[in-house]
Write a protein that binds this ligand. Structure first.
Ligand code: AMP
Ligand code: MG
Length: 342
């Protein structure tokens, strides 16, 4: 397949291109686009054939449902049975990095929802994404724009590396602000349950709704059974080819451990200030302890580890709560649940 790659330039040319990309989506083609979380691989959410193309291009298991992207929160009305709770959440968090699962209406084919009777709705804040969805004039189903199983793309070049030749168009809008996928919550049974943590935290959600639960699978890989609340959680995710080794140790203890066990082909996540203290190659993150900075660079660094051909990558285990929970959740999956305790 021929793939057009377009880099956002910030003038009228963008507008013309977005109109064309919107037309492609409306007609059933695949268009990858930037959002504030990670890049999305879009197709019309009204078409079974278009959804099938997404699964094929990504190599994604067909029981792993897609998130449907809309321009305005009220656009969910046509797709889902909304409730006052949905609008209370939308008022506070939309547009933004929050995906809400609700009972679906007929309009959305089961190919989009992996056969489920619920649909996941998100309203992104990224202006390129919003304008594209507006131009498309249809809701846009979009999972992350990576090959299934590899780290999510946070830069245009990541999408090109994974999907060039497999999609009709790739819109390169530079780096994604947040860098980890949206918070996914279900409100299908009237309570807020977090199925995947993201930049909208449990604490933030509890400011809108007093009863917020966290699905066990968020922090405990062992509890992911054959039929998890969020089908995506059962798949090995976010993984580079390199082994990710999570180490539960801080400060000097972490440095000494890594310098003792790491070999020449290994790497370590380190802040710029620490980089020189490590014997193995440092993959430079933002400030250690800053969830926002680590989220922002996580997937790019995991991809870099593979480009460098690293065998093992050592990473400090982040706390499993608060604003760190999204990172913890991605890292235990990347590490396939293995945590080294010192
Ligand atoms: P991705 O498309 O890679 O961002 O992943 C989307 C995530 O949302 C996956 O973990 C899906 O399993 C989850 N998801 C999407 N729709 C639903 C739904 N209707 N019910 C439960 N989980 C969903
Ligand atoms: Mg994904």
């Amino acid at each position: 397949m021929e793939t057009t790659v377009y880099k956002i330039v910030g003038n009228d040319a963008d507008r013309e291109m977005l109109a064309e990309a919107g037309r492609l989506l409306r007609e059933g083609a695949l268009v990858a686009f930037p959002t504030e979380t990670v890049y999305g691989l879009g197709a019309s959410a009204l078409s079974t054939d278009a959804a099938a193309k997404i699964y094929e291009a990504k190599g994604r298991p067909s029981d792993n449902p897609l998130i449907v992207h809309v321009c305005e929160p009220a656009d969910a009305e046509a797709l889902a049975y909304t409730t006052p709770l949905y609008y209370a959440l939308a008022e506070r968090f939309m547009p933004g990095p929050l995906t809400v699962i609700m009972p679906k209406r007929e309009l959305i084919p089961e190919a989009v929802t992996g056969g489920l009777d619920t649909v996941a709705v998100r309203c992104p804040t990224n202006m390129v994404a919003r304008e594209l969805i507006r131009m498309a004039g249809v809701p846009v189903a979009a999972p992350s724009a990576n090959l299934s199983g590899s780290p999510s793309p946070t830069k245009g070049e990541h999408v090109v590396a994974d999907l060039y030749g497999r999609v009709d168009m790739i819109i390169d809008g530079g780096d994604c602000d947040i860098g980890v996928e949206s918070t996914v919550i279900s409100i299908a049974d009237g309570i807020v349950t977090i199925l995947r943590p993201g930049a909208v935290t449990e604490q933030m959600l509890s400011e809108v709704c007093s009863d917020v639960r966290v699905d066990r699978a968020v922090v405990d890989l062992g509890s992911v059974g054959a039929k998890p609340a969020s089908p995506g959680m059962k798949y090995k995710h976010y993984s580079p080819n390199a082994n990710v080794i999570l180490v539960d140790a801080e400060g000097d203890v972490f440095v000494r451990y890594v310098n003792t066990v790491a070999g020449d082909d290994d790497g370590v996540f380190a802040s710029e200030a620490e980089a020189e203290m490590f014997r193995p190659r440092a993959l430079v993150t933002g400030q250690v302890g800053s969830a926002a900075e680590l989220n922002h660079s996580l997937y790019a660094l995991l991809r870099e580890a593979d480009e460098l051909g690293l065998k093992n990558v050592y990473i400090r285990k982040p706390p499993a709560w608060g604003e760190h929970l999204a990172l913890f959740n991605r890292l235990i999956r990347a590490a396939a649940g293995q945590i080294v305790k010192i």
